[in-house]
Design a protein around this ligand. Structure first.
Ligand SMILES: [Zn+2]
Length: 260
């Protein structure tokens, strides 16, 4: 790891991480490290959103995604991996790597992540300014978080892997049918990167959600911000709804060997 101020190596002691220039960062009693510096604007998921997401994910609705990610990554024998925008660590906790880091800008999310998973190092930091030196990680993952193109390319070692999970076309379509007059399919765009796409697949599952799960799911989506209260009331009135969860999983490799 590197210092977010001067980019020199960070040495971890019991309670602090310090660089050779004396920049020091406290390791919380819970075990996470806060590497945010004041010039970085803090946003990210608030506590209510983190709680809703955890409640939903703990019921295992998306565990088929977690299993599939692990099946794809396991054969790669990964030593070091960083989960970028890890949230409360639901996916991070089971990723197959000897050394795992979970990075998120939300303190509420990171606090929850450390409570459950003591083996990974969780960091409060920006995924657009990663506290890792160049070419120091074998794999990065981003599950439902923004794509930090430049930083991923910088921190990945040669032939390192990047796994991206994003909503596929029909993800949560039935939820949008309730909320909006003209529901739309999610647009799928090729990723703007010169890394090589080595694997791509779409997986899906139908979930019969009771109202409580449905409302938690709604809270963890961007729709919670953009929906008129009148329309969200329609969801509240439903006893249950069958909803499609559909994910696009893409695996990229940095400097993949090109056949002659
Ligand atoms: Zn420093």
């Amino acid at each position: 790891m590197i210092c977010p101020i001067c980019r020199k190596e960070l040495i971890l002691n019991d309670k602090t991480a310090v660089c050779e220039n004396g920049h020091s960062f406290d390791i919380s009693s819970k075990g996470y490290l806060n590497l945010l510096i004041s010039s970085q604007s803090v946003h990210g998921d608030n506590a209510a959103m983190v709680i809703a997401r955890r409640a939903f994910l703990e019921k295992g609705w998306y565990s088929f995604l977690s299993s599939r990610i692990n099946e794809i990554l396991s054969p790669l024998n990964i030593d070091s991996l960083a989960d970028l925008g890890c949230g409360e660590g639901t996916y991070t906790a089971s990723l197959p790597a000897k050394q795992r880091y979970g990075i998120d800008i939300s303190k509420d999310a990171i606090k929850r992540a450390c409570k459950k998973d003591h083996d990974a190092q969780y960091l409060i930091a920006s995924i657009f300014d990663l506290p890792f030196s160049d070419a120091s990680l074998q794999c990065c993952t981003t599950v439902f978080a923004p794509f930090a193109a430049e930083e991923i390319k910088r921190v990945l070692s040669d032939h390192g892997y990047f796994l991206l999970v994003s909503p596929a076309e029909k993800h949560l379509y039935e939820l949008k049918e309730v909320l909006y007059e003209n529901p739309y399919l999610n647009p799928i765009k090729p990723l703007d990167t010169d890394m090589t796409l080595v694997h791509s697949e779409t997986i899906e599952n139908r979930m019969l959600l009771a109202n409580e799960d449905l409302m938690n799911l709604f809270q963890m989506t961007p729709y919670a911000y953009h929906t008129d209260p009148k329309d969200s009331a329609k969801l509240l009135s439903l006893e249950s709804l069958s909803v499609t969860a559909q994910f696009l999983i893409r695996l990229y490799q940095k400097n993949a060997a090109v056949p002659l």
